[in-house]
Design a protein around this ligand. Structure first.
Ligand code: SF4
Length: 239
């Protein structure tokens, strides 16, 4: 396990502007730092700061194969705007073929187990590959997105992966993120103007109705409140 725990804490960075938190992290950590970008507004703002500050952080995204056309358009627009490629990570081809052969292309609606199997092949296993050997992982998590995320902190430690987890927007509200993105003319997903708030894969994301919580549009057909894809849960043993 990498010796990174004592080098940085939430207290070290909480008083810093979020953009400077990223530079602080880069100075404090020797090994590779991975930012997993999902093209949400938070991620777009973090990517903006990484590019503007020319900070040595590896930016990756998971192309599940089921993203909205608008997300692919935003991906291309973002690369043009910043003149930088965002490294795409794909599901293992054989595992994806086995998944679709077993449960069908839209088997995700049949059971929670089937949905989680899809997230595992298309997102979680690629995440494990992306983070292998990294010293730190940057995410766009915010505390007020849902109850699962409230304890993440600005700086955490993912014991299952043995790396530092850094959430530079943890203490920001969605409105503050949006205002800052607008201030810097950061491109955002065209679906936000159509009522989509948290945007993931197309079959698993819908627009919100007025007053609904931020992540209600994700896996909306599932009844329990712990709806996550697994990216922010402890790593499972290989199997
Ligand atoms: S969000 Fe939906 S389509 Fe995307 S990986 Fe998870 S179950 Fe599959």
């Amino acid at each position: 396990m990498l010796d990174i725990v004592p080098r940085i804490s939430s207290e070290d960075v909480s008083a810093l502007p979020a953009a400077e938190r990223l530079a602080y992290l880069r100075r404090a950590i020797d090994g590779s730092i991975i930012f997993t970008h999902g093209f949400g507004i938070e991620g777009q703002l973090i990517f903006h700061w990484i590019c503007e500050g020319n900070i040595d952080i590896d930016v990756v995204t998971f192309d599940t194969g089921r993203l909205f056309p608008e997300t692919y358009q935003l991906w291309a627009e973002t690369e043009r705007r910043y003149g930088r490629r965002i490294r795409a990570i794909y599901p293992n081809g054989a595992a994806l073929e086995r998944l679709v052969a077993k449960q069908g292309i839209d088997g995700i609606y049949e059971s929670k187990q089937a949905r989680l199997a899809c997230c595992d092949v298309r997102k979680t296993r690629p995440l494990d590959r992306a983070l292998a050997g990294a010293a730190a992982w940057i995410t766009g998590l915010r505390a007020d997105q849902n109850s699962n995320r409230r304890d993440a902190g600005l700086v955490g430690f993912d014991a299952s992966r043995g790396l530092l987890k850094f959430n530079p927007l943890f203490d920001w509200t969605r409105d503050a993120v949006l205002a800052e993105a607008r201030r810097h003319d950061v491109p955002i997903n065209a679906l936000h103007a159509k009522g989509f708030v948290s945007i993931g894969c197309a079959p698993c994301t819908r627009a919100l109705r007025p007053g609904e919580p931020e992540r209600s549009g994700r896996w909306w057909w599932e009844q329990d409140g712990s709806r996550e894809c697994g990216l922010h849960l402890p790593k499972r043993a290989a199997g």
